[in-house]
Design a binder for this molecule. Structure first.
Ligand SMILES: CC(C)(COP(=O)(O)OP(=O)(O)OC[C@H]1O[C@@H](n2cnc3c(N)ncnc32)[C@H](O)[C@@H]1OP(=O)(O)O)[C@@H](O)C(=O)NCCC(=O)NCCS
Length: 258
């Protein structure tokens, strides 16, 4: 844990979980109908889900991550839903520590996969998910949640990529340990790239119509490649300058297990 003043714990008390509801409001600016309510947060830890919190030295929850138990391809997995860290505590390694603690607890329970969705236009999250954690994506879900009330999402359709985190794969271990492509990475070299403007976050605010066109074009190009058996396996910043790139390679099943 990079920050000695923060500790990561499983949250089970009503008071701690109530703070998670407050963090949802502060982080996403959602209306009440989009919040995960206290009752569900309380239920999660009782049904094989997981709520982990980052607590400061006063015991205040400053970030949290939650997951539901799921069942896919004959195996139990966790669907991670929200990861939020209060603004004043960001960029200190807390988000990463919450993700790694979630992985550790899942492995302890015998679970080998965690999935979550993310907005491909949120390029910092994309970098974190693909390069920092070693996830890969094989599915694109158009307008996954319908119109969002979050101030973070603007008015675009809530298109999402599904990040698959194969917890004990060599690919994930390499990324977590080195944060880079290691020699053991079983995916082949870059085969194809889909670009986005590096300033897509500003475009979303300044020119929503252009952002919508960029989103549609991204969806078309990515879903075409995913449909041909590619998966998203990497993310490159400033490559070429002014752009960021999703790296797609032909999917190979051994990457999930080796
Ligand atoms: C995403 C979020 C949880 C990250 O929390 P955090 O404590 O700041 O994360 P960390 O300090 O551990 O950084 C993790 C990675 O996030 C990425 N990142 C997040 N925000 C970033 C930013 N503004 N600029 C650059 N990188 C950023 C980086 O890749 C970083 O990895 P690195 O340190 O190896 O470069 C936090 O920014 C947040 O709550 N955002 C709003 C909600 C959200 O988008 N949640 C994720 C989708 S549900």
């Amino acid at each position: 844990m990079p920050n000695p003043e923060i500790r990561i714990e499983e949250l089970t008390s009503t008071e701690d979980l109530r703070q998670c509801v407050a963090i949802q409001r502060a982080t996403w600016g959602w209306k009440d109908e989009d919040l995960l309510p206290l009752r569900t947060l309380l239920l999660l830890n009782k049904i094989g889900g997981l709520v982990l919190g980052a607590l400061d030295r006063n015991g205040q929850v400053v970030g949290f991550i939650n997951a539901f138990p799921g069942f896919r391809e004959g195996q139990v997995y966790l669907h991670s839903q929200m990861l939020g860290v209060l603004q004043d505590f960001r960029r200190r390694g807390i988000g990463r520590a919450l993700k790694l603690a979630q992985r550790t607890e899942a492995i302890r329970r015998g679970i080998q996969r965690i999935e979550w969705t993310f907005d491909p236009l949120e390029i910092h999250n994309a970098h974190f998910n693909l390069e920092g954690l070693g996830t890969l994506c094989r599915r694109y879900v158009a307008d996954a949640y319908g119109p969002s009330t979050s101030s973070l999402h603007g008015r675009l359709p809530t298109d999402r990529l599904v990040a698959e985190w194969h917890l004990v794969s060599q690919r994930v271990r390499t990324r977590i340990e080195s944060g880079a492509h290691g020699p053991e990475d079983p995916l082949p070299a870059t085969s194809s790239a889909v670009h986005l403007p590096a300033d897509i976050a500003d475009i979303r605010v300044r020119d929503p119509a252009r952002a919508a066109a960029i989103q549609r074009d991204f969806k078309r190009r990515v879903t075409d490649l995913l449909g041909k058996g590619y998966c998203i396996a990497g993310f490159e910043s400033a490559s070429p300058p002014g752009e960021v790139s999703y790296r797609l390679v032909p999917f190979q099943p051994q990457v999930l297990t080796s």
